[in-house]
Design a protein around this ligand. Structure first.
Ligand code: F0G
Length: 482
């Protein structure tokens, strides 16, 4: 069902924009890359941009902005209270989502903080299709626990299931029967489910979740941070959505939600976030927390320039030509890597291309962090920065036990409209080389392990001198220059 007009040849995606502002990149020599990753404790979060060639760490806050967004930023109204800029965003949100109220926050996790504090009591249970790191941290901080109930297929890395982000409806009913609706303040659905490879849920699945929640009087909270990708997949993969416009689809999803929150670092291609809601009573409760943590109600911790950019960015997100860009590049990358025998998450999702590190480095045990080791190795051989999404991104439980992640993924994000096809091809080429030489890669071990969200600033060492051997092999094949 994919719209063929954006491809040429068999699978080559076409950029539906031209580049008008550029940022210079550096490709430093491999010795410097090795030194940089060592200084960073093998944690790609701790690398400095000057050492990075292609930054595929995240799509968060690094999407390309359009000329219309930049132009809008110039007319931002700075008023602390009653800013016209905020009114423009409020109106755009109500036009797109059809809900009455919007509360601004400085980014997505700020919404999670406030919603968790207001809605969750100790002992509560939160069913969701899958967790996101910051979401889980806030829920646990407020005494709740999460129950992940994606369909079984979600955890099959290689699959042709078009909607691996779907929720298992029987499991949802089972949790409600077991704990009782009073212990379940809301069901959380995450669009473009991040940690399982940017996988979408279907409109039909959301309708089923709604039915169950209606039966038991439970709220649905939608994390819409990756909604753009989810919309694209509904449109191209779901029969009932193919004749709906992106605006109609967005409205259908919104009508099925009680509360929507989002990170505008992803949705809207700027930086910020917010909570969208219809229920006045709940709105008034949430509203009290905004000035406490974020800022006054007409900016919520965001600069007014960013607010203008979000308003235009959200409008542009309603355009199929725009939201198809990242998923089509990801699909290209996934297909080309598969041709080289590299294990990747399929079907291609949103956000980025996800490599199955457990399989890629099947000689490294999970407690030596294969996905972290792969991120480190890929940076050394290419200057491409990815993000570990596996056991390193998990948190020890209250007894200090480290849970092993369901999947060990290396995420290579493709921020929207940022990289050219030849840069993507370079990354594919280097990943292919690393795959051929994968036996040279070894594990990692913590030398400095923070208690909370350890993946952000923890430091690790290699378990052997595998990195120097990798560099030697690289130089034999490529010479000294790159
Ligand atoms: N929800 C989802 C699904 C996310 O992917 C993120 C952020 C957040 C909430 C939190 O939003 O960063 O604005 O506070 N994901 C980023 C990433 C960090 O790289 O995947 P935030």
């Amino acid at each position: 069902m994919t719209n063929v007009k954006f491809y040429y040849g068999e699978n080559v995606p076409l950029e539906m924009h031209k580049v008008r502002i550029v940022q210079k990149l550096n490709l430093v020599p491999i010795e410097r890359r090795l030194q940089a990753i060592t200084e960073a404790g093998n944690n790609t979060f701790l690398l400095k941009n000057a050492d990075i060639f292609i930054d595929m760490l995240t799509d968060s806050g690094v999407n390309a902005m359009s000329d219309r967004q930049l132009a809008a930023m110039m007319i931002a109204d700075d008023s602390y209270a009653g800013s016209e800029t905020f009114t423009r965003l409020e109106n755009k949100i109500s036009e797109i989502f059809g809900m009455d109220y919007f509360l601004p926050t400085h980014q997505g996790r700020a919404c999670e903080n406030i919603l968790s504090q207001i809605l969750i009591k100790p002992g509560d249970v939160l069913p969701m299709n899958y967790h996101f790191t910051t979401t889980k941290a806030h829920i646990v901080l407020n005494g709740g626990s999460i129950e992940e109930i994606p369909i079984d297929e979600a955890l099959n890395i290689t699959s042709d299931c078009p909607f691996k982000g779907n929720m298992d409806i029987d499991k949802l009913k089972g949790i409600i029967n077991k704990h009782g609706a009073a212990k379940i303040p809301f069901v959380r659905l995450e669009a473009g489910t991040n940690l399982i490879g940017g996988q979408p849920f279907s409109l039909e699945n959301m309708e089923e979740v709604r039915q169950v929640c209606d039966e038991f009087g439970i709220l649905i909270v939608l994390d819409a941070s990756l909604l753009a990708d989810n919309l694209y997949f509904m449109k191209t993969r779901e029969e009932k959505c193919k004749d709906m416009s992106i605006r109609e689809l967005t409205r259908a999803i919104s009508d099925l939600s009680d509360i929507i929150y989002f990170s505008a670092r992803k949705l809207g291609c700027a930086r910020g976030g917010g909570i969208i809601i219809n229920d006045q009573e709940l709105f008034l409760k949430i509203r009290e927390f905004i000035p406490l943590y974020e800022g006054f109600l007409t900016y919520g911790g965001m600069s007014v320039r960013e607010i203008e950019a979000i308003t235009v960015g959200l409008d542009e997100t309603m355009d199929e030509d725009m939201i198809n860009q990242s998923p089509q590049f990801i699909e290209f990358m996934v297909e080309e890597l598969q041709k080289k025998g590299v294990p990747v998450v399929t079907p291609a999702g949103g956000l980025g291309c996800h490599i199955d590190a457990m399989k890629f480095l099947d000689h490294i045990p999970q407690n030596q962090y294969p996905a972290g080791a792969l991120a480190s190795a890929l940076f050394i051989v290419s200057g491409v920065r990815g993000m570990e999404r596996g056991t390193l991104s998990e948190q020890r439980d209250e007894h200090g036990v480290e849970p092993l992640a369901n999947m060990e993924l290396l995420r290579l994000a493709l921020p929207r409209r940022v990289f050219t096809l030849s840069q993507v091809k370079y990354a594919i080429d280097r990943i292919g080389w690393l795959h051929e030489n994968r036996r040279l890669v070894g594990g990692l071990t913590f030398v400095d392990e923070p208690k909370n969200l350890r993946f952000f600033f923890g430091k690790l060492d290699t378990v052997s001198d595998w990195q120097t051997q990798l560099v030697d092999r690289f130089k034999k094949d490529f010479g000294d220059s790159m």
